[in-house]
Each structure stands twice: as C-alpha cells, then as structure tokens.
Design a protein around this ligand. Structure first.
Ligand SMILES: Cc1cc2nc3c(=O)[nH]c(=O)nc-3n(C[C@H](O)[C@H](O)[C@H](O)COP(=O)(O)OP(=O)(O)OC[C@H]3O[C@@H](n4cnc5c(N)ncnc54)[C@H](O)[C@@H]3O)c2cc1C
Length: 388
C-alpha cells in the first residue's frame, strides 16, 4: 500500500522495531515525571543511531543519513507511536543549516549535532511574539569583533539537554538595523539564565523554560548566515518541522486506532464485545478513515518535495499536512479515551497520555489558525488547483 519502495519499507520497519522497544517504558516515564534512568536513555540514543534513525534529514557528506523526505516521514511516523517523547532520541538536526553554515560552523555545530555529540534548542518565541515571529524584540548589537545579545525567550524546548541554542534577534544599529539575525549561543554561556521552568500538559523529560539572555557576548563567527537572514531560516525550518509534526501525528493515530480496536474487540458489555455497538464502531471507523486520509496527504506532500516541487506550494502543502494531521490525531485521541471508558482517563493508558500530548501539535510550529491563513493565502495567489 502507498507505493512504498523496498528501501522505504526497510527503514520503516527498523523504525517500527525501535518504537516497539520504547513503548513498554512509557508508563515508567509517565509516573516518573517523564524521566527514565540516564543509562537507559543513553542506550536508546545509541540504538537509534545504530538503526540509522538519527539525522535522517542531513546530507551524507556531513555524516547524515541523507534519506528522502518520504523516508524521513516514515521514520518520524513510527517515532510518533511512542508517548512521553521517548522517541525524540531519533533526532533531526536543522536541515537548513548545512547550506548556510561556514566551514567553521560545520565543524563546531553541524557535524557534532549529526553525530549526536551536540544538541540544539531554539530560542525564538518571546512573551509578546509567538505566531507573529516578526514582532520579536530581542536585540543583537555589534560589539567589537562580535555581538551582544539581549532578550527573554519563552518555551525553549530541550534547554535542559541542549548544549547550544539558536537565538533569534533584531539587529540594533548597523546597515541592517531592525532586521532579524540568528546566532549560535553555546550553553552554558555567561549571561544566559533560566528565569522559570513552567509545568506543561505533557509528561516528558525535556523542559521548556523561560530563558533570559543578558549581555551575552558571541563572536561574529557565531552569526548564522548573514545579517537580515533570520526570518528565512525560520520559514525553512517550519516547512520541515510541520511535515514531521504531521508524520508523528500519523503514528499517534495509528497506535490509538490499533489499541482502541483491540480493546473494543475484547471488552464486553451486555454480553457482547463493545465493537458490536454501532456507536462504538462508528468511533473506530471515523478514526481509521481520517488516518487514511491524513497519511495519503502527508506521503504525497513528502513526495512532492522529493520531486523538487515549487517551494511555495510545498510550504502550503506542509501547512495542510500539519493542520489536518494534528487535528485528526486530536479527534482520534478524544475518541480513544471514550472507547476505553474509565480506563481511558488513567495515566497508565496510552489514550490518556496522547489526549494530553497531542494538544500541542495544534499549537507549536505554527497554530492551526496560522496554517489555515497560509493555505488560504496561497489558494488566493495561485488558485486551489496548484495546491491540491
Ligand atoms: C510545549 C511548547 C514548546 C515550544 N517550544 C518552542 C521552542 O523550542 N522554541 C520556540 O521559539 N518556541 C517554542 N514554542 C512556542 C510556540 O511556537 C508558540 O507557542 C506558537 O507559535 C504560538 O505562539 P503564542 O503561544 O505566542 O500564541 P499567540 O501567537 O499569542 O496566539 C494566540 C492565539 O491567537 C491566534 N492567532 C495569533 N495570530 C493569529 C493570526 N495572524 N491569525 C489568526 N489567529 C491568530 C493563535 O492561533 C492562537 O489561537 C513552544 C510552545 C509550546 C507550547
């Protein structure tokens, strides 16, 4: 089905094996604040690497797996079957970076990130700038041979595990005054401090603190690309990450449909399996139908990218993939909780965990409203036929 090649099926099955190894550890993680013993997590990272599931998006010349977009989707789909972010060890460093990094940055950041020796986090969102990335007020001012960075960043995912951050700021002075620029900031660095670590709905080991950057000095060699480039990196990153969000949502919905079907077949009420009741069967049927539609959309979007399609169309299609898959997975999780009944409200149940965890898929990497705005804008500019 789906016209997958032997090579596609092979990487998909390796990722599925890995996901199946992680699933038995979910409840331990859930009941332990998202944490597993460090040696176990290190073992998972090693195993993901051995199976070729890391840096699937990065060029082979720098040590990446150089997989097609469709194959990247197939891997992340399997990762998405696992709750509590246990699959995040199958990491994908920023795919846009090799094209703009200097040779020095390739050596200091790109190769080590691909090898799993360094890990990044993204310090872009601010208290007053989320969907509207252009509204950021963090500043970068030229200072001698480098830059002085200032700003407070929100929701900095994985700050507790990362050893460098991408920091996006508005240039203060100079020929590109007011434009955006992005910088590598090594962690820890003088002037970088955590203001607060808020609790979030999901139970994962990765924190999302509010981080202050106060007079953080970085060398000019830490500028990513050129002054004024900051926004274009964000757009390219969004395209990739939105498709991967969609892929992980497919995996979540796949797991949930499988688990709720098994439960509905085994659970009996009034002397019959509950799947016999049309109202329960309807929830199963709607879930699988929507998953099939979402998967077809996501795979086709990936194939369009692999064919080298127009970047604006790819951008809108990635928005469609993320919008539909994240909302689909949310609906599937809601139905799964309902099918499991009281068990579906217990944290040891996969439906309960996904019900909380999937909510953010409609918020991060651009909210559903922003995806709709992107799709509508491209429909108006190019006509609906160009997009679908
Ligand atoms: C768990 C988590 C992890 C995150 N990780 C990171 C990270 O690592 N790095 C990082 O930089 N950021 C991160 N974020 C931030 C995330 O990208 C933003 O939360 C998201 O982009 C939305 O921005 P906001 O929260 O400011 O909401 P707002 O932009 O204030 O939006 C609030 C509401 O208004 C709507 N809205 C806003 N603008 C429009 C518009 N133009 N049209 C229609 N509706 C609109 C939104 O859809 C939403 O419903 C993370 C967020 C979460 C929750």
């Amino acid at each position: 089905m789906y016209g997958l090649s032997d090579e596609d099926l092979e990487i998909q099955s390796r990722a599925a094996i890995f996901a199946d190894e992680l699933i038995p550890l979910e409840v331990d993680a859930e009941l332990n604040g998202g944490d597993l013993p460090a040696d176990i997590v290190a073992g998972h990272a090693k195993r993901a690497r051995e199976l070729g599931l890391c840096a699937t998006n990065m060029p082979k010349e720098f040590g990446g797996a150089g997989r097609t977009t469709l194959q990247q989707v197939l891997v992340q789909e399997q990762v998405g079957r696992v709750t509590n972010a246990l699959g995040w060890v199958a990491a994908t460093p920023p795919s846009w970076l090799p094209a703009v990094a200097t040779p020095d940055q390739i050596d200091r950041y790109v190769r080590p990130a691909i090898a799993g020796d360094r890990e990044e986090c993204y310090a872009i969102t601010e208290e007053g700038a989320g969907s509207d990335v252009a509204a950021i007020v963090a500043t970068a001012r030229r200072d001698g041979g480098g830059y002085l960075l200032n700003g407070v960043k929100w929701h900095v995912t994985s700050f507790n595990t990362a050893d460098f951050a991408f920091f996006q700021a508005r240039l203060d002075g100079g020929p590109h005054d007011g434009e955006h620029a992005m910088f590598f900031v090594d962690l820890p660095s003088p002037g970088v401090s955590v203001l607060r670590i808020p609790a979030y709905s999901h139970t994962i080991s990765h924190q999302h603190p509010i981080v202050a950057f106060t007079d953080v000095r970085v060398p000019a060699a830490n500028l990513v690309g050129a002054e004024g480039d900051g926004m274009s990196f964000a757009y390219e990153w969004f395209r990739f990450e939105r498709l991967m969000v969609a892929a992980r949502c497919l995996g979540a919905a796949e797991r949930l449909t499988a688990e709720m079907t098994t439960f509905a077949t085994e659970r009996r009420a009034a002397g019959r399996p509950i799947s016999d009741f049309g109202l329960v069967g309807g929830m199963l049927a709607d879930s699988l139908t929507e998953l099939f539609a979402a998967r077809s959309l996501v795979y086709e979007t990936a194939r369009n990218i692999d064919r080298g399609g127009d970047v604006k169309i790819a951008h809108a299609q990635c928005s469609m993939a993320k919008l539909y898959s994240s909302e689909m997975a949310g609906r599937v999780a809601d139905r799964a909780v309902q099918v499991f009944g009281g068990r579906g409200y217990m944290r040891e149940n996969v439906a309960e965990r996904f019900y909380r965890e999937l909510r953010v898929e409609r918020i991060w990497e651009g909210t559903s409203e922003i995806q709709r705005a992107i799709i509508a804008s491209q429909m108006v500019k190019r006509g609906p036929h160009a997009l679908a």
